[in-house]
Design a protein around this ligand. Sequence first.
Ligand SMILES: [Zn+2]
Length: 87
Amino acid sequence: MQLKHKNRSFRRVIVKLANRLTVHYKRNKPKKAHCSNCGGKLAGVPRERPYKMRNMPKTAKRPERPFGGKLCSKCLRAEMKSKARSL
Ligand SMILES: [Zn+2]
C-alpha cells in the first residue's frame, strides 16, 4: 500500500487474481445529483467520476424529458401545471 492510499478518499476493492486476493484502490464516487428546486435526489443520473461521464452517451446521463437531470419529476410536474394555469 502506498501512503497516498491510507485515507478514505480511496475505496478498497478486493480483486480476485489467479492464485490470490489483492486490494485495488479506487476513488470514491461523487454524491447523487440533486433537484435544483426541492433538493431531493435525482433518479436516472449516474454517480460516476467525470472521466467516465465524458465517455457516456448523453441519453445515459439524464432522463430524456424537459429539465431532465435538473428537476425531479414531481417538481417538473408542479412547475408545468403552474405555468399552464398562469397563461
Ligand atoms: Zn424536486
